[in-house]
Design a protein around this ligand. Structure first.
Ligand code: FAD
Ligand code: NDP
Ligand SMILES: CC(C)=CCC[C@@H](C)[C@H]1CC[C@H]2C3=C(CC[C@]12C)[C@@]1(C)CC[C@H](O)C[C@@H]1CC3
Length: 509
């Protein structure tokens, strides 16, 4: 790895020194502060009363922007280092930043089985708030730091998405502040055009003030079955079957450890630990990283142990099973992070806050990731799973690969089914790591994968780097409803850029 100086070499090779000695303690401070604060605010029930007051604070900012002649476009003031993506948005420097200090869970409605959250409420915060009530979000995207606002305005997926769709499909209502400073609510029956155009709009239609999200009864454990495969066609057939069957398991996921081998996992919520499996508290600080535990099932299968293993995992541990290792990304940052001794002594501090890793990322590391690190999630119809794995192998050859099925209903909005069916099963193919493919080059390799995805009627998750041109982007994402809504919303075209102007690779550093 070429570096410009010894200092840079040390910063890259020994980044773990800063992470372990500084970022882990700081992250713990942040987690403790955030958890206590959210608990107190929720218990004092102060959030709902404050919500309208905080909205007025935001309207004051918009009024000021309008009084100054709408000189710039608008965006949220959330610092780029706090967002769950590798990049920081350059536009935040030139746009008018609107401080959306809405960080709370507002109301749990057990009659309608919904929870109303402010946009900066995080998945970790919401799952912790709902757990004692015996509830869970209908979709709990994996990483605790993900915010409701980002998941609504971007997207969210999780291993029960084959039943319930993406995060937007479990949202029943949005409260938005529009560029003309009006506050509107939208749902399937109220302002439906706006309701369906909000998901994947990346904050280019208005500011999200709250979202009402479906919740489900939560049981104490997940009974998880591990099904290893050494043949991709067989794994793909079973994956598609498990995702599509009418009586599907609640959770379906697969991890590929090579082009042909992987482990399919199916799970259901249960209240008791059964005699047919072992109790595995994977969320304990000393527990092995989940993806390496799963890989052991493949290894035993390769040695001839063909039985299906069963485990009982505490529900919240399951929901956030990949959080402690940031999927498999932390192995590149703290290479010994999964060592039993490290887990026993420092595991309780893990993971470092993604935001702090971004905030303290040395330039040399950013260059290294730019040149030889892939972080992409491509969403393709499940019928193309095998071709897609083959294409990802040719272009990236990064493993593990995360496979998460989700049902995409044919609804108005940016995600349009090319098949015209009523709904279609898709698979999120997540690739995060160092590419080993011969001839890998960031832009050309990613563009070939983007071309493949567009040709199969798929979509790219836009937290990742998109190298598509504006035309290719509009081929991938339907803009007919989106453009119409932007034209009808007073002041929208002046206030916000198009989605592409906020997500393409050139506007991010
Ligand atoms: C060690 C450390 C790590 C940090 N890491 C993060 C981080 O990972 N994510 C992050 O958002 N901020 C992080 N921050 C900064 C934090 O956002 C606040 O700005 C800071 O803690 C002061 O908050 P406050 O007193 O203004 O609290 P508040 O007035 O309650 O909140 C103001 C701001 O704090 C943030 N915030 C507060 N609660 C939450 C929450 N539950 N979810 C998301 N954001 C919230 C929001 O940015 C909000 O706008 C970190 C701060 C420290 C000290
Ligand atoms: N399991 C999963 O599904 C995972 C998903 N992700 C990705 O992470 C993203 C979420 O990351 P997160 O850090 O939470 O979100 P971000 O802060 O990155 O926000 C994502 C987008 O939403 C906009 N946005 C956020 N809040 C508001 C608001 N209140 N009003 C208007 N626009 C808003 C932001 O606009 P602006 O730029 O103006 O701030 C930005 O364009 C998801 O979209 C997803 O792509 C990542 C990991 C896992
Ligand atoms: C499950 C889905 C849909 C996506 C998972 C994406 C995550 C694996 C990435 C989202 C943000 C990424 C960042 C990093 C690793 C991978 C993610 C968590 C870093 C921590 C990698 C090291 C850099 O120095 C900072 C990065 C911040 C963002």
């Amino acid at each position: 790895m070429q570096t410009d100086s010894l200092l840079e070499f040390l910063l890259v090779e020994y980044r773990w020194v800063v992470v372990v000695t500084c970022l882990l303690p700081l992250s713990l401070l942040w987690k403790v502060w955030s958890t206590v604060r959210n608990y107190v605010v929720f218990k004092m029930n102060s959030a709902p009363k404050n919500h309208d007051k905080k909205v007025k604070e935001i309207q004051k900012q918009i009024r000021k922007w309008r009084m100054s002649g709408c000189q710039t476009k608008l965006c949220t003031a959330r610092p780029g280092w706090q967002t769950m993506s590798f990049r920081q948005s350059l536009y935040k420097k030139s746009y008018t930043n609107i401080d959306i200090n809405l960080v709370d869970v507002l109301e749990v409605d057990t009659e309608n089985m919904t929870v109303r959250c402010e946009p900066m409420a995080t998945m970790g915060q919401v799952s912790l708030t709902l757990q004692p009530l015996g509830l869970a979000l209908a979709i709990v995207p994996e990483l605790e730091q993900l915010t409701v606002g980002g998941l609504v305005m971007g997207t969210g997926v999780e291993t029960s998405s084959h039943r319930r769709g993406l995060f937007q499909h479990v949202c029943t209502q949005y409260e938005l502040l529009l560029p003309d400073n009006s506050v509107v609510t939208c749902s399937e029956t109220e302002n439906p055009d706006l309701f369906y155009a909000v998901p994947w709009s990346y904050g280019t239609l208005g500011f999200l003030l709250s979202a009402t999200i479906k919740v489900i009864p939560a049981k104490k454990y997940v009974r998880l079955e591990y099904h290893p495969y050494t043949s991709l066609p067989e794994l793909s057939r079973r994956f598609t079957h498990e995702a599509s069957r009418p009586d599907s398991h609640m959770f379906v996921e697969a991890l590929l450890y090579s082009r042909h081998e992987g482990v399919l996992m199916t799970g259901d919520m249960v209240d008791e630990v059964g005699a047919d499996g072992k109790y595995n508290p994977i969320g304990k600080w000393y527990s092995e990283w989940f993806f390496t535990q799963v890989e052991k099932h493949l290894k035993r299968f390769q040695k001839g142990d063909k039985k299906t293993a069963v485990e009982y995992i505490p529900l919240r541990d399951y929901y956030h099973r990949h959080t402690r290792s940031l999927f498999w990304e932390l192995q590149d940052i703290i290479p010994f992070g999964n060592h039993p001794l490290f887990r026993l002594t420092f595991g309780w501090l893990m993971p470092p806050e993604v935001s702090l890793l971004k905030l303290t990322q040395p330039a040399a590391v950013a260059r290294l990731y730019e040149r030889s690190h892939v972080i992409q999630d491509m969403l393709v119809p499940v019928e193309h799973l095998e071709d897609a794995v083959q294409k990802f192998h040719e272009e990236f050859e990064v493993y593990p690969v995360w496979l998460c099925p989700f049902k995409l209903p044919n609804q108005p909005g940016q995600l349009q089914l090319k098949s015209g069916k009523e709904s279609e099963m898709f698979v999120d193919i997540g690739v995060y790591g160092v590419p080993k493919a011969k001839g890998y080059e960031t832009v050309s390799s990613t563009r070939r994968v983007e071309e493949f995805v567009i040709s199969r009627g798929g979509f790219q998750m836009l937290y990742a780097d998109t190298y598509t041109t504006r035309e290719e982007f509009r081929q991938m994402f339907s803009h007919s409803l989106y453009d119409r809504v932007r034209e009808t919303l007073p002041g929208c075209l002046d206030a916000f850029p198009e989605i592409y102007d906020k997500v393409n690779r050139n506007v991010r550093k």
